[in-house]
Design a protein around this ligand. Structure first.
Ligand code: CAA
Length: 258
């Protein structure tokens, strides 16, 4: 695998998203490799707990790869979201062993959505989190419209989506978006200590707990389908063309509002 590194030591699988020059943005290949890694870990008894993090000191994951989808049609947009849900984000949420996201910098858009699909989140004190999609003329398409309100409540979630602004690690802790904040140099050790604490308990029971907690969220499952359709619809708008073009041209967008 090129964009993902996987090491397994003493029951802990460390999965590193590794495209640091692009701030670990999730292109198709990276998503496919994350899927491959989880398929491998599912059947591997040496893996008890998974820690996911980003390569480098700047970013966990800065989002879906904007360069890759800027020219997509509505149908291609919906397909991108649906494939992401099915092959990565739902796979992580439903993974039968605990998954901890160690957020070591920017977790934006699809990057925050990846962290939210994990069961538990720990952030470094320099981490910044947000769903900036509306600044590109699109909506969160990898489960963010569902998982963010589940974690922090509807009002705060919609404020984050409408403003497209980032929050810092202490605000994220205050919102309950992350379970703990630690200095960046302590992040890995803290995540590993949490993993070792989990491993003292029954992995089988934790798998059932994940299943039961997820089942309690199923009432809103239709929301994921609405997100896929609406994400695609955004790709047909002039605002989306302007938003993504402005990002690629490194300028502020002038949204036509259509
Ligand atoms: N997609 C593609 N490339 C990205 C990227 C992304 N999401 N985020 C960063 N990069 C690239 C930049 O284009 C740049 O590449 P070049 O050197 O080739 O120009 C490189 O990573 C470094 O980034 P910056 O120079 O922009 O770094 P910075 O420190 O000035 O800014 C940042 C950091 C604020 C995180 C900025 O990179 C940024 O705003 N990134 C985009 C964040 C974003 O909008 N994410 C949401 C994506 S949409 C989405 O995720 C949809 C979904 O829900 C499915």
């Amino acid at each position: 695998m090129e964009n993902v590194q996987l090491t397994i030591v003493d029951g802990i699988a460390m999965l590193v998203i590794n495209r640091p020059k692009q701030l670990n943005a999730l292109n198709k290949q990276t998503l496919s490799e994350i899927n491959e890694a989880f398929e491998y870990m599912r059947d591997n008894d040496a893996v008890k707990v998974v820690i996911m993090t980003g390569a480098g000191e700047k970013a966990f994951v800065a989002g879906a790869d904007i360069k890759e989808f800027a020219d997509f049609s509505g149908a291609e947009g919906s397909d991108l979201a649906k494939t992401g849900h099915m092959t990565v984000f739902n796979v992580i949420e439903e993974f039968s062993k605990p998954v901890i996201a160690a957020i070591n910098g920017f977790a934006l858009g699809g990057g925050l959505e990846l962290a939210m699909a994990a069961h538990v989140r720990i952030a470094s004190d320099n981490a910044r989190m947000g769903l900036p999609e509306t600044s590109l003329g699109v909506i969160p398409g990898y489960g963010g419209t569902q998982r963010l309100p589940q974690l922090i409540g509807k009002g705060r979630a919609l404020e984050m989506i409408f403003s497209a602004k980032m929050i810092d690690a202490s605000t994220a802790l205050n919102y309950g978006l992350v379970n703990a904040v630690v200095p960046q140099e302590a992040l890995q050790a803290t995540a590993e200590k949490m993993a070792r604490d989990f491993m003292k308990n029954s992995i089988v029971a934790m798998g059932y707990a994940i299943e039961a907690v997820n089942a309690g969220m199923l009432e809103g499952a239709i929301g994921y389908d609405v997100e896929v359709q609406a994400f695609g619809d955004c790709f047909e708008t002039a605002d989306f063309k302007e938003g993504t073009t402005a990002f690629l041209e490194k300028r502020k967008p002038q949204f036509p509002g259509a």
